[in-house]
Design a protein around this ligand. Structure first.
Ligand SMILES: Cc1ncc(COP(=O)(O)O)c(C=O)c1O
Length: 371
């Protein structure tokens, strides 16, 4: 196996789910968001561990992701959070996946496909309470959808949900306003004799806004050990799940005044001991981090220098004179007393932890540990 790899701690998945659930009512269900290959961690392994750790539902973006979980033998309810195209509806119904519905047309098509297959299909209706992405945007349109659903013999309303736009902010007023708007849709569903599972909260709201928990929360980034606000929060002991490793392939001393890597943009200010490591932007280690990021070697921080190449990059070993070829290099994660978090890399790359984790490319093998 390649010595550049990502280690994924399944015990930390469990810990983070238990931590989130400990902040909620015991009866509140947990939907584990495993879309996009479980934020880069590996969908099947995370889904299985999440279900063993108390999750009741899994959430993916679209049907292919759901089918992938079914083919892996996962039988849990799987919510498709995005749109479902007509071409995919037969697959969705046959595999018992749960589509999100936010147009009348989708309801009609799902009913027609389910009737043709002689099967039933559970759906969740999404309402837009302020995110302005997908969802019914008026009570009138929602009421019409509810009435159509009640007349659709092959469809069952399993859930009703919305999504928060700014739940990671300290100011919770907009999230509470979205919750209030959501409650109006809930009333309409109930007045029509329907009692779906209600859900709205993502990780940020699940951790900080207990009033918004309804019947279920949908946890993504916190399950992977990152705080949604982009920094650690006192009293919330999330455990990072993924650590990313490579190794030193070569060490040499470069005389003062020499350029290093493509473009020769970094010039050695003095004689420098420089290590080459086996990772680059082809692995998802972003090129925009060139020269501004640290790695960990022998428990110490060392600065990356010169342009990051596709498969390799260089490290200044001045402060780690004991480093040797073959040494483990931590790109993300802890070593000794030092730690590099996804948030640290995200800050430097001008993005969010989600994108850092998701960027780790397929050619980086994921190794699963139980602890
Ligand atoms: C509809 C929906 N719910 C929940 C989540 C999970 O969000 P988070 O990772 O912030 O918990 C997402 C993530 O993109 C989402 O799109």
């Amino acid at each position: 196996m390649r010595s550049t790899y990502a280690s994924v701690s399944l015990a930390s998945i469990r810990h983070n789910i238990e931590l989130m659930r400990s902040r909620l009512k015991p009866e509140t269900k947990y939907l584990a968001i495993v879309k996009a290959n479980a934020y880069g961690h590996g969908m099947e392994a995370v889904a299985n561990r999440a279900m063993e750790s108390g999750a009741s539902y899994l959430g993916v973006a679209f049907s292919e992701e759901g089918v992938r979980l079914r083919l892996a033998g996962i039988t849990a309810p799987i919510l498709l959070l995005g749109a479902t195209e007509e071409d995919h509806m037969d697959d969705v119904i046959r595999h018992g996946l749960t589509p999100t519905v936010f147009t009348m047309e989708t309801l009609q098509l799902l009913q027609a496909h389910a009737a043709k297959l002689g099967m039933s299909c559970r759906v969740h209706i999404k309402v837009d309470t302020g995110m302005n992405r997908i969802g019914f945007t008026s009570e009138a349109a929602f009421t019409e959808a509810i009435l159509l659903l009640k007349r659709s013999p092959n469809l069952v309303l399993d859930g009703l949900f919305t999504h928060f736009a700014v739940s990671e902010l300290e100011d919770t007023s907009f999230t509470l306003l979205q919750s209030e708007r959501f409650r109006r849709y809930i009333d309409i569903a109930r007045q029509n004799g329907l009692n779906p599972i209600l859900h709205a909260s993502n990780s940020a709201a699940a951790l900080h806004i207990p009033e918004a928990q309804f019947d279920m929360v949908r946890g993504g980034i916190a399950m992977y050990g990152c705080h949604p606000a982009g920094h650690k929060v006192e009293g919330i002991d999330l455990h990072p799940v993924l650590s990313w490793h490579t190794y030193i392939t070569h060490i040499k001393t470069i005389p003062a005044g020499e350029g290093v890597s493509y473009g020769l943009k970094f010039v050695t200010p003095c004689d420098m001991r420089v290590g080459t490591v086996a990772v680059g932007y082809g692995d998802g280690y972003k090129r925009c981090l060139s020269g501004i990021v640290d790695v960990l070697i022998r428990g110490k921080r060392a600065r990356q220098i010169g342009t990051i190449c596709m498969d390799q990059m260089m490290i200044d070993l001045t402060d780690v004179p004991e480093a040797e070829v073959g040494d483990d290099v931590v790109l993300l994660g802890a070593q000794g007393d030092e730690e590099i978090t996804a948030d640290e890399l995200a800050d430097k790359a001008g993005t969010i932890s989600y994108e850092i984790l998701l960027s780790i490319s397929e050619r980086v093998p994921r190794i699963y540990t139980q602890d």
